[in-house]
Design a protein around this ligand. Sequence first.
Ligand SMILES: *Cc1c(COP(=O)(O)O)cnc(C)c1O
Length: 428
Amino acid sequence: MSETQDSYTLEYAQQLDKQDSLASYREEFYIKEGGIYFDGNSLGLLSKRAEKSLLDLLDSWKEYGIDGWTEGDNPWYYLSESLGNQMAPLVGADANEVIVSGSTTVNLHQLVATFYKPDGKRTKILADELNFPSDIYALKSQLQLKGYDPSTHLVQVKSNDGHTLKEEDIVEAMTDDIALIVLPSVLYRSGQVLDMEMLTKEAHKRNILIGFDLCHSIGSIPHELSAWDVDFAFWCNYKHLNGGPGGTGGLYVNKRHFGTTPGIAGWFSSRKDKQFDMEHDLTAAEDVGAYQIGTPNIFSMAPIIGAISMFNEVGIEKIRAKSLKLTNYLMELLKHELAGHGFKTRNPMEEKRRGGHIYLEHPEAARVCKALKAEGVIPDFRSPNGIRLAPVALYNTFEDVWKMVQILKDIMEEKKYKKFENKRGVVA
Ligand SMILES: *Cc1c(COP(=O)(O)O)cnc(C)c1O
């Protein structure tokens, strides 16, 4: 594919779609007629399979009443475990190292409550200054619960450019007063992929435990958590995984840590055969199941059954390959069509450091996003001046990318964004 004049045409985009082996999956999703959805990094779209698995679980309630816990195609009592098994390949873990339970923030609380064990001089938690606020709030509150002042005990690695982190800086901050490290796998704004393998190796050399927030990488890039020897990880399933708004999250604990008492226990932390003995002494599950807390939100897990089946059918390697092609193509077109309109690309350019979305900055970003929405394109605005664009492998086309760039070009050339206020909405 040489970059000739022809590579900027609609016909060229359509040619790329014809060669795309994942093209048929688009029909499995509900996509608004005439709309272009580029926000799958924030909330993935509903698929017909996810809809069916949700309706099937409603039916199991209708059919079985309380016996739905053990009857039907997806007995509720084992659903967290069975979905964990199905999700394990996406994170490169053993089946019993992954559970679908809780939410990102709740799972982070659980994992820090379990693995943050200040001891002697080692009392601090290492994070970064670019992570999603909820993670930072959780870390600060966990420090406070242990009687530490977050202003001295939460160490946040600085970014030089405000968008990306240098792995060397993170390693340098792994000093002998650090007890635990929590970092994102993919930064939620710039989409930078951190080198999880290298960071884990460096942390372990210094006897520090390390965990990752996979919210922006699960379903988007491959992971090898077991091989990299990561201690723990947690994520949501409603972004690239298309599990639905408020969908139940996931967590991974390295089998080396099985048997560690859950920091936040509940009756679903039990060994499943013991749970209904109703004893007041917990017999915790011997695997990752121990880090569940209470009754799972069955209907928030239901769509994940259908959604995950697609990922396992296709395989994450193919999804990643198409995703990179889409983001490369998008950047190429933006460079060609929108030069001189004030957009700055803030995501890393190198493929191995780039996640599933691209990140632009523009002084008029809020109103540019509103203008895009008015034209049927759904971007993702991040205050104060960021635009995330995620062409998703399973349901976006190269034609979507081409059209979106044309629409954006028209908005900029015709100054259509001026009709809108440069201010974010309540949910942006
Ligand atoms: C989306 C996201 C969250 C959201 O947490 P919830 O508990 O699901 O609300 C947290 N952290 C990161 C990095 C995210 O991208």
